[in-house]
Design a protein around this ligand. Structure first.
Ligand code: KG4
Ligand code: ZN
Length: 342
């Protein structure tokens, strides 16, 4: 029960920033349901097609809501507020979730809460875990690679980010070169199992401070595959496992090296990871190794809360609800939104 309100607080969280329509229901800090409708339509295009994504959201959003309510055993009347992703993301996709949230808020006469998707990824670590502050969270998704200093659920700021491609995008683009369907991260992880991660060597980009760069690495990988495929037609088919293991290894190494640099610079004793790439088993193991080596507290979200999900939007909404941080119906979605903005 929430002491301030003398009752349990139920929040509906609506996520539609990219290609997953997801709705979750939270009860205070815990999650009652988290339903994700993946859009299979993008598989054949090797990446998300924005116009198709918004149309799929329109098709999926009502069945996803019905499923989320059914599975949480909560009725719409019992919901205390409607939280939705206001950005960053694809404009057309964001608009579907935001318009749906606004119409629910209007018809049910419930407060509306706008959520920054990148902050929600960080707050996914608060589901079933009690992180200590200050902590550094490494958010690695399809659109972003960010190092975030988290002082409290209400105070976080960027200390490093990618200057070009994100790590998730690098997984996706490499998978495409290897003839694997979108999203590439889980595909590369699958093929990497049993592969030799040291077979193909790629250089680590030299980037100052706590920023990242992945575009040079992507070109490096592309060139190696093209040159070898010119010499041997079956290069990809014969070497797929070792290529995937080597690609996974270098991407995760770049992430771990920068996180280590950030820990040393800010002398924090707690770390967290979030975003789609944090579902990767090898990454999670490397984080645990770093935790043991440096004697840190490490927080890793459950896999269903790593990739885009409505539950993290609901939980982020709970934090805003207890501060009575509501928004008006005239708020506009934003394709670009920095941590700390709304
Ligand atoms: O956070 P997310 O679900 O959506 C965005 O906000 O972008 O992240 C999606 C990204 C994609 O690039 C996908 O390939 C990657 O996360 N991803 C993974 C894994 N699962 C998802 N990358 C590596 N290994 C995985 N198991
Ligand atoms: Zn995301």
């Amino acid at each position: 029960m929430n002491i301030k309100f003398n009752k349990d607080i139920f929040i509906l969280g609506i996520e539609s920033s990219c290609d997953d329509t997801s709705i979750g229901v939270s009860k205070n800090m815990s999650v009652l349901s988290n339903i994700v409708s993946n859009q299979k339509i993008h598989k054949k295009y090797g990446g998300v097609v924005p116009e198709l994504a918004s149309r799929e959201h329109q098709k999926n959003i009502i069945p996803t809501l019905q499923e989320a309510l059914k599975s949480s055993k909560i009725s719409l009347r019992e919901i205390d507020a409607i939280a939705f992703t206001n950005g960053p993301g694809l404009l057309g996709s964001l608009l579907v979730g935001a318009s749906f949230a606004k119409s629910l808020s209007l018809s049910l006469k419930k407060p509306l809460i706008a959520i920054n998707h990148m902050e929600a990824h960080v707050l996914a670590n608060f589901i079933g875990q009690k992180p200590q502050f200050p902590l550094i969270c490494l958010t690695v998704s399809g659109g972003h690679t960010q190092l975030v200093m988290v002082e409290s659920p209400y105070s976080m700021y960027l200390i490093g980010e990618t200057l070009d491609d994100s790590a998730g995008e690098t997984f996706d683009k490499c998978a495409k070169i290897l003839g694997l369907p979108y999203p590439g991260g889980p595909q590369i992880e699958e093929y990497a199992k049993g592969g030799d991660k040291n077979k193909f060597k790629f250089s680590i980009p030299k980037v100052k401070n706590l920023d990242f760069s992945f575009s040079g690495l992507k070109t490096n990988i592309k060139r190696l595959i093209e040159e070898n495929s010119n010499k041997s037609k079956n290069f990809i088919a014969n070497e797929r496992r070792d290529l995937c293991a080597s690609i996974e290894n270098i991407i995760i190494k770049i992430l771990i090296d920068k996180l280590t640099k950030a820990i040393d610079k800010f002398k924090v004793s707690s770390i967290a990871i979030s975003g789609g790439v944090s579902a990767n088993e090898y990454f999670r193991n490397e984080i645990n190794k770093l935790k043991n080596k440096k004697k840190l507290n490490a927080f890793i979200p459950d896999k269903q809360y790593s990739t885009d999900n409505g539950a993290m939007i609901a939980v982020a909404g709970y934090y805003k609800f207890i501060n009575e941080d509501f928004t008006n119906l005239d708020i506009a979605v934003k394709s670009r939104l920095k941590i700390g903005e709304i």
